[in-house]
Design a protein around this ligand. Sequence first.
Ligand SMILES: Cc1cc2nc3c(=O)[nH]c(=O)nc-3n(C[C@H](O)[C@H](O)[C@H](O)COP(=O)(O)OP(=O)(O)OC[C@H]3O[C@@H](n4cnc5c(N)ncnc54)[C@H](O)[C@@H]3O)c2cc1C
Length: 529
Amino acid sequence: MRNRGVQDSCGRVRRWRVLAAAPHGIRHLTTGSVNPIRKIVIVGGGTAGWMAAASLSRFLRPDQCAIHLVESAEIGIVGVGEATVPHIRFFNQTLGIDEADFMRKTQATFKLGIEFVNWARIGDSYVHPFGDYGRAYRGVKFHDVWNRLRLAGDDTPLDEYSLPIKAAKLARFAPPSTDPQSLLAAFGYAFQFDATLFAPYLRTYSERRGVRRTEGRVVDVRLRGEDGCIESLKLASGEEIAGDLFIDCSGFFGLLTEKSLHTGYEDWTHWLPCDRAVAVPCESAGPLLPYTRATALAAGWQWRIPLQNRTGNGYVYSSRYISDDEAAATLMRNLDGAATAEPRLLRFVTGRRKKTWNRNCVAVGLAGGFVEPLESTSIYLIQAAITHLIEMFPDRNFDAVNIDEFNRVMDVEFDRVRDFIVLHYHATERDDTPLWNYVRTMPIPDSLASRIELFRERGVIVNYKLGLFYEPSWVAVYVGQRLLAKRSDPRLDDVPLSELRQHADKLRAAINAGAESLPTHADFIARHV
Ligand SMILES: Cc1cc2nc3c(=O)[nH]c(=O)nc-3n(C[C@H](O)[C@H](O)[C@H](O)COP(=O)(O)OP(=O)(O)OC[C@H]3O[C@@H](n4cnc5c(N)ncnc54)[C@H](O)[C@@H]3O)c2cc1C
């Protein structure tokens, strides 16, 4: 299948400096330093480890910098990260991965957004789409037009003005049009895939580019006396592996960053109280949906992720409000096909490492932190860490100014994802269980409180350059969670309502026709993957 450009989670084309420039410009990264990094050691062969190995092997010449990955089959991987955001396509394109080949080998489906069921009130449903709503009216964003009409009594749901939502609900899919004027161009897409197949896929890619892999368990980490940097790792076999730069992809263990360097962890459980998940795959049932579903339950929420060959399911919950047995029983009752494996329990603490980069060690993936999977952000955060590392690639001096800037940027990435996830919980009207009462009334981060206030007053969204979620994403969740603006954009005050209605009606008709013209998701996959 042909690649047709990459959109961010809002459908807009947004290129990352290094990763995007690479296929056409940068071939290899050379620091030009007199003290260059000669060897990188990666601990961990989950999604994070192999994403790091693949990207670094794409940019570094093997004769200049060796890459050595250590993983332990005995310990295994988390392997439940199945849903992504559109940025994953930047990653694949930069590596030169063929989309159809990747989809075949990871059982992937397309994803146009996430449906949230029962979040603001039981019975509610809305979709956070990967794309803009409608089209601006004389330079004023469409959601402001919708808000003006709503305040004047129009009750058409905002979802009616989104092409990806319409297509998702009809179980239809085709890549965005290449004609920028077309309504069929204003969206992005991501993938839902089998996480246990993604790491092996990237392993093949990396080993072809010279990455060395050792199967073994790290049992000791030796630190250098003079500066406390990591010098080498010792494996259970007795083998010793030395390096200049270490990447900790050891998952929740945080083997290098925490167990050896004692970096510290910022615990966000008071804002995000879910701390466990039970996951189980089941047989596919019904049409192949091009979206993930997140259904709010009594003590958390349940995911449903359709793949080509099965459906992934899980209940993310707070152990304060439900037992593991009860959570597993609830999940098994809610499956829409027969379970194909035993349920698996996972424990986590939501938060992030106090420093993603500490001394000569960068923590990537779950070793660096975890914000629960409600918006499929973990793989994005892995990608962000790798991208920023490549942009700020060090030499063996490990300049503090470089490391500080990297950590500042990663803190912003994590904090913005956190705020967005907290919004889903806090902006609820539910008072039916202790979990929902807690999150509805809990204090929230100041950064989120001020954003909510601005939106509530007049529908203003503060845009930022760094971070994952843009205007349409915030609009989707505010409106979907029934958090609505009190006033409308003053630029629309003098525009006759009839003109705005006409604009909205035309868009709605075009969006309906556009969505209905697309092939079904299942047919598209059968023909192109
Ligand atoms: C319930 C749940 C649902 C999720 N859903 C999503 C989702 O939908 N979308 C998304 O983007 N992300 C999701 N994630 C996150 C996603 O699973 C992870 O970000 C991703 O799998 C990366 O994991 P990792 O590679 O950091 O860690 P892991 O998969 O845990 O890998 C750790 C690696 O380190 C190795 N290791 C550990 N200790 C040692 C040692 N002593 N010696 C040698 N090797 C060692 C292990 O063998 C393994 O290879 C979810 C996570 C959870 C918990």
